[in-house]
Design a protein. Structure first.
Length: 295
């Protein structure tokens, strides 16, 4: 049961709250749900022209990196992106390749940026997912808006959230690991740092002096260095593609690495996880993994 499947199953309709809780959330199993967001106006309305008209010159936060990797290990540092404030229409010019840039741009702020920075778009989706809110007995902690270039990649990590990830246009490519793969996934502590643009336009990496070291996964699951991390050969990744109009249920504590088609637009809902037996089990697994490495 721990290695429960070789692919992520599809549901043809959104589940009832009870069905979702029993069949998917409680056993901590991912699934892709069709026809859950087909009634959203965003699926038809969110063209580039519409976004220009509705959001347009508004200044928003954009993550900028030289290589597409934000919040990732690079040169023995945990490097965070430059958080650039820029007019949304200028960002769209770059995504549409009307303006060329050697850098990679991604709207990916994870602080409920849909409601905080893009309130003009909220009416085109839903403030929450009703069957999920009923199953958990609470509303989402954050609703996030994602739009970026195909070179923008999310490095392998996990979150303490039940995640409903809804693709509006384009495709998202997920590589997933269940929490049970924790013994095979390397974690190391890294000095946190941030990309900063120097006067000549190139990026430099600046250490965050006052911050504690960050535990992060150095491994690239698409091209793993098995000489350095031989244990990873025992892990069993699942890969899936979430297409426009589909929703991925990504359970809490599942590791995930994400790529996307160019200009892909998505909205995700983060519901705080229940700190129950599943969480205790993961903490035990994590502690045992660390203890074995020390021995």
């Amino acid at each position: 049961e721990l290695g429960w499947t070789e692919s992520v199953p599809y549901l043809d309709r959104p589940p009832s709250p009870l069905e979702f809780y029993r069949e998917w959330m409680s056993p901590n199993k991912p699934c892709i749900i069709r026809n859950a967001i087909s009634h959203w106006p965003a699926l038809k309305k969110w063209t580039s022209a519409y976004l220009r008209e509705v959001v347009g010159p508004k200044v928003v936060g954009v993550a900028v990196t030289p290589n597409g990797y934000a919040d990732a290990v690079f040169q023995d540092r945990f490097v965070m992106p430059e958080e650039r404030q820029m007019p949304f229409m200028d960002f769209l010019d770059i995504v549409e390749k009307k303006v060329t840039s050697p850098n990679v741009f991604y709207v990916q702020k994870q602080c409920s940026n849909l409601t905080e920075e893009f309130p003009e778009l909220v009416c085109d989706v839903q403030p929450d997912i009703p069957w999920m809110s009923e199953a958990l007995g609470k509303k989402p902690d954050a609703v996030n808006f994602w739009l970026g270039e195909s070179a923008a990649v999310t490095s392998l990590h996990k979150d303490h959230y039940e995640n409903l990830y809804c693709v509006i246009s384009g495709e998202k490519h997920f590589l997933l690991h269940p929490p049970t793969d924790r013994p095979f996934i390397p974690y190391e502590l890294y000095q946190p740092a941030t990309y900063r643009v120097s006067e000549d336009g190139s990026f430099e990496i600046v250490d965050e002096k006052s911050e504690e070291k960050v535990p992060w996964i150095p491994l690239d699951p698409l091209n793993p260095n098995l000489e350095q991390y031989p244990e990873y050969a025992q892990a069993k990744p699942l890969q899936c593609t979430v297409k426009a109009g589909e929703m991925l249920y990504l359970p809490s504590l599942w590791f995930h690495h994400v790529q996307q088609s160019h200009g892909c637009i998505a909205v995700n809902y983060w519901y705080d996880m229940e700190y129950d037996l599943k969480y205790s089990y993961y903490q035990l697994l994590d502690c045992l993994t660390k203890a074995v490495k020390v021995v």
